[in-house]
Design a protein around this ligand. Structure first.
Ligand SMILES: [Zn+2]
Length: 139
């Protein structure tokens, strides 16, 4: 198995590109993933992709199961029919603007545990990007 990194290949932030109320949210994201991977496969003449690993932040408003379900549904009769979509969930981390403390946010509790300030900035957890692809070995 060979891992292919796609540098800078992020799916535009779920929150900027898709409306939260959009019922087709995960479907639209699954399509974006396929478009991005498809482009990369063509560009690098890659062998069949066995896995697509996507990192999804806990705040990205994506339901992993729904994303996998939609991905499988739309890849059925395509070159990605045998490709597995793997989702790695990323924890939410923040940084306090008042005291500089860096911490992990649990249960969506956005207060600095050190100084109780509400001026916290999320530094991780909103992302949605393709981490890497796994392809059959080049022969
Ligand atoms: Zn603080």
């Amino acid at each position: 198995m060979t891992q292919i990194l796609i540098p800078g290949c992020s799916i535009p932030s779920a929150m900027s590109l898709f409306q939260r109320k959009d019922v087709m949210h995960e479907l639209a994201i699954a399509q974006s993933i396929i478009t991005a991977v498809d482009g990369e496969v063509a560009r690098q003449s890659l062998p069949p992709v066995t896995r697509i690993v996507v990192r999804v932040g806990a705040l990205s408003d994506i339901v992993p199961d729904a994303l996998v379900f939609n991905f499988e549904a739309i890849t059925q009769d395509t070159q990605f029919a045998q490709t597995k979509l793997v989702i790695e969930e990323v924890d939410v981390k923040a940084h306090c603007k008042a005291c500089g403390h860096k911490f992990a946010i649990e249960n969506l509790f956005f207060l600095c545990p050190k100084c109780d300030s509400g001026q916290v900035e999320v530094t991780q957890g909103e992302e949605l990007h393709i981490a890497y692809l796994e392809v059959d070995d080049f022969n």
